[in-house]
Design a protein around this ligand. Structure first.
Ligand SMILES: Nc1nc2c(ncn2[C@@H]2O[C@H](COP(=O)(O)OP(=O)(O)O)[C@@H](O)[C@H]2O)c(=O)[nH]1
Ligand SMILES: [Mg+2]
Length: 353
């Protein structure tokens, strides 16, 4: 089997966490699997890929370009994985992912016919966003979520560990009624619930290869996509004396960014801070919106002296503002923790500019 699946879905819906959990689960129970993290920054280290590899998952990254538009790179990577014995490879997609069905699935089947088996086109949605849609709320985000879900052969309702059974039932029912073209699965990437069903759905099912009716030129959709700014930062931090709490340091930066963006009324759907020390211990903090609590996804086990840090963010805010807010938070907190910084890369660009 040479099965390839694309995971689309909103920022922070849990694509990376699910790809990691599923790659691990499928490899342990069925056959070898691999995951690819895809994002746009040129030559950057992706926090998602580094997190997956620090966690011991069979993973790699494709940067510089969306897999929508670099089929040569993607097919080489897929063939390498399949040739080494993988039967399932999953990739995510940068930004909002809308259009990936057309560009990746239809593009591959046109340009590389018969080389790969395409799994059901999969869209993740987190429970909180499903509830927003069901309530008729969500503003610009709802426009994007609808467009994403219209492309789905398989909708994966993630983070169901955060729902009670009545909420879960209501969301599932609503998704089934609204998106009858898709199968619906509920999972929790964190507890592992639903991973067997997801593994079966991807390996046993096939892509429908539909052409959904989505107005990709829709002004609201275009405006929402163009408002997105991407930010990449990579640096090393060395404490001048003693040692420090790496998890608290990452959390303090996330809180500072959140407070500044909140004051400026800008939204930040996802910011990831990943840091690791030479022995392989690591910490990760996620910010999923200006009004959501900062999440410590993984704590350092020991206190730190030297760490490498990767910070990736997507915000609905001008590039100059995001650049200043994040850099200021990093610099100020690094000073407070008495850290010397060596910056390797800093990139910030707006997708619409
Ligand atoms: N409670 C809960 N949190 C999750 C689950 N899956 C992902 N998360 C958290 O959601 C945040 C975003 O996850 P991530 O995989 O980076 O999302 P992505 O941007 O779609 O790749 C992280 O803080 C994860 O720990 C889940 O099943 N349950
Ligand atoms: Mg991700």
């Amino acid at each position: 089997m040479r099965k390839f699946a694309v995971f689309s879905g909103f920022l922070g819906s849990g694509k990376t966490t699910t790809m990691m959990a599923l790659t691990r689960y499928h490899t342990a129970h069925h056959g070898k699997a691999a995951m690819i993290s895809n994002d746009l920054g040129k030559g950057v280290t992706l926090a998602d890929d580094r997190l997956a590899r620090l966690s011991g998952v069979n993973a790699s990254q494709i940067t510089d370009e969306c897999i929508c538009f670099c089929h040569d790179v993607l097919t080489k990577r897929l063939n390498a994985y399949f040739d080494e014995g993988c039967e399932l490879v999953i990739s995510d997609i940068p930004g909002f992912g809308v259009g990936a069905l057309e560009h990746v699935y239809h593009g591959l089947s046109r340009d590389y016919p018969g080389q790969f088996e395409l799994a059901p086109f999969t869209v993740l949605i987190e429970s909180r966003h499903a509830a927003l849609l069901r309530a008729g709320e969500g503003g610009d985000m709802a426009t994007i979520l609808y467009a994403q879900l219209m492309e789905a052969d398989l909708i994966v309702l993630n983070k169901c560990d955060l729902l009670d059974s009545a909420e879960l039932e209501a969301d599932m029912q609503w998704l089934k009624e609204q998106f009858p073209q898709a199968d619906i699965l509920a999972i929790s990437a964190v507890t592992g619930e639903g991973l067997e069903a997801l593994s079966q759905a991807l390996t046993q099912g096939t892509a429908s290869m539909r052409h959904p009716v989505i107005d990709y030129e829709d002004a609201d959709l275009g405006k929402a996509m163009d408002s997105l700014t991407e930010y990449y930062l990579e640096y090393a931090a060395h404490v001048c004396c003693n040692d420090f709490d790496g998890t608290a340091y990452l959390s303090d930066i996330a809180h500072a960014v959140q407070a500044e963006l909140q004051a400026g009324e800008h939204e930040i759907p996802h910011m990831k801070l990943l840091a690791w020390e030479p022995e392989g211990d690591f910490g990760k903090v996620d910010l999923l919106g200006i009004d959501r609590p900062v999440e410590v996804t993984r704590r350092f086990e020991r206190r730190c002296t030297d760490i490498a840090v990767v910070l990736n963010a997507n915000a609905a805010c001008p590039a100059a503002v995001l650049d200043e807010v994040i850099w200021d938070a990093v610099r100020t907190n690094s000073r407070l923790y008495q850290l010397d910084l060596t910056v390797f890369r800093k990139e910030c660009f707006n997708l619409g500019e």
